[in-house]
Design a protein around this ligand. Structure first.
Ligand SMILES: [Zn+2]
Length: 259
């Protein structure tokens, strides 16, 4: 099986398991403000919050935060401003990641990433114990591309909320997304969350996993990301990141203008 398929399956299964965990905190909690690792990127101050000690990665907090930083640097500044308002939390859930919109207080929205997600995706799965349970999981860090796949997927959810990409889809596109969610190969059969916004988040991940904001803009003829150098697609009805899904991203307000 191709690595991309494995990664896709991994991202789906993991992202949604965490959401399904009973008792998961839906908003950023006061006590999580304790342990932060601060860095600067694109003229903004960022904090990565570490909320427990389940780290057996052999990486320092600075090294973990640096993987976040390197991934963020691929994105346009207009998207980074949105992400900068969201709390990035490491150490929860035990497996994969999750997005928290925090409907009651949007200032407490968060992106959650497990410690294990910071391992190299090409390494063997690790068996570990977390919060009294046993897990086996692979990492989401791509050492070759220098990207954190789960982080890009979760950012995709927040960019989607902000620009109403999924909500604004015309009926025929919603049906296409629904078909993808129900087609194994396009979307993981075992994923627990099956909303069509998963297709948008995954397309966002695929886009910025293959290219960077700088590469897109370097090819732009008129200063618009839409005329820039676009990442390769995989055409075919069962491919998640095909030309049709690329067009959904490009035609959304999130691709209107980048600075
Ligand atoms: Zn998701």
């Amino acid at each position: 099986m191709k690595i991309s398929v494995l990664l896709f399956t991994f991202l789906c299964i993991c992202s949604f398991k965490s959401i399904a965990q009973p008792g998961a905190n839906l908003c950023f909690q006061d006590e999580w403000f304790n342990e932060g690792e601060r860095f600067q990127a694109r003229g903004m101050t960022w904090d990565v919050w570490f909320i427990n000690e389940q780290n057996n990665l052999g990486m320092t907090r600075e090294e973990i935060a640096n993987k976040v930083k390197i991934t963020l640097e691929r994105l346009p500044t207009s998207h980074l401003r949105i992400v900068n308002e969201i709390h990035i939390v490491v150490g929860k859930p035990c497996k994969g990641g999750g997005s928290r919109k925090c409907a009651s207080n949007p200032e407490r929205a968060g992106i959650l990433l497990s410690y294990e997600s910071f391992r190299d995706m090409r390494a063997r799965p690790t068996r570990y114990r977390c919060s009294g349970r046993n897990y086996t999981d692979k990492g989401a860090w791509d050492e070759e591309k220098q990207t954190h796949g789960t982080l890009l997927h979760e950012i995709g959810h927040h960019i989607d909320y902000k620009y109403s990409i999924t909500n604004g889809l015309p009926r025929h596109e919603r049906e296409d997304f629904r078909t993808c969610v129900n087609t194994n190969g396009c979307y993981s059969k075992t994923a627990k969350t099956r909303g069509i916004s998963e297709v948008t988040a995954q397309a966002y991940y695929a886009y910025f996993n293959r290219t960077t904001y700088q590469q897109v803009m370097a090819g732009s003829t008129d200063g618009s990301p839409r005329s820039g150098t676009q990442p390769a697609t995989r055409n075919g009805a069962t491919k998640l990141f095909n030309q049709r899904r690329l067009n959904v991203l490009l035609s959304s307000d999130a691709w209107e203008s980048w600075d």
